[in-house]
Design a protein around this ligand. Structure first.
Ligand code: FES
Length: 168
C-alpha cells in the first residue's frame, strides 16, 4: 500500500510530535488507512524518537489496531463460553460460509475482515456477532443472513470509531 508521507506527518504534527500522544497517533493512522502499515510505524518511531519495538508493543496490545490491511467492514464473532454453549460455532460457520474466509482473514474484495474473540462482556446477549461496532445479540443462522443482506444494501460507511480493547 502506498503510504502518503505527508498524511502521517500531518497526524504527528497534530499532536506536536509528543511521545505521550503515541496511542492517539496510532489511532489516527489506523483510522486513515484501516491498518497500521510498517512504513507509517517507522515514520512514527523516527519522529517521536520511540524505539520501533515499543510501537509494536502498543500496536499488538490493543484489538483496535491491525498490522495487516482490514476490510471495509469488521465482523467479530464471540466464541466465549456463554456464546459457545448458545450456538456460536454454528453462527461462525454460517458467517464463514457467507464471507468465504476463515477467522483472521479478509475477503479478496477487501469488504470484510472476520475475527473471533473470547468474550465481549455481554454474555446475556449470547451468541453475539459485532459488525462495525454494532452488537447483534442472540444471533441465529437466519439472523446472520439478514444482517449481511442489510449491510449489502446499506450505503452507509462503517463506524470509524472503534473502542480500544486489549488483545487477549
Ligand atoms: S461469552 Fe460472548 S459475550 Fe461473553
Amino acid at each position: 500500500m502506498d503510504i502518503k508521507t505527508k498524511a502521517v506527518h500531518e497526524i504527528l504534527q497534530k499532536y506536536k510530535n509528543r511521545r505521550s500522544a503515541l496511542l492517539a497517533v496510532l489511532q489516527d493512522i489506523q483510522e486513515k488507512y484501516n491498518w497500521l502499515p510498517e512504513s507509517a510505524l517507522r515514520m512514527v518511531a523516527d519522529e517521536l524518537c520511540v524505539p520501533l519495538i515499543d510501537i509494536y508493543s502498543v500496536a499488538t496490545f490493543y484489538r483496535a489496531f491491525s498490522l495487516t490491511p482490514r476490510g471495509k467492514h469488521l465482523c467479530t464473532v464471540c466464541l466465549g463460553t456463554a456464546c459457545h454453549v448458545r450456538g456460536a460455532p454454528t453462527v461462525l460457520d454460517r458467517v464463514q460460509e457467507k464471507l468465504g474466509i476463515d477467522p483472521g482473514c479478509t475477503t479478496k474484495d477487501k469488504q470484510f475482515t472476520l475475527e473471533t474473540v473470547n468474550c465481549l462482556g455481554a454474555c446475556a446477549l449470547a451468541p453475539i456477532v459485532v459488525i462495525d461496532g454494532k452488537y447483534h445479540g442472540q444471533t441465529t443462522i437466519q439472523k446472520v443472513n439478514s444482517i449481511f443482506s442489510e449491510i449489502k444494501t446499506s450505503k452507509e460507511s462503517p463506524a470509524k470509531t472503534k473502542k480500544i480493547k486489549k488483545k487477549k
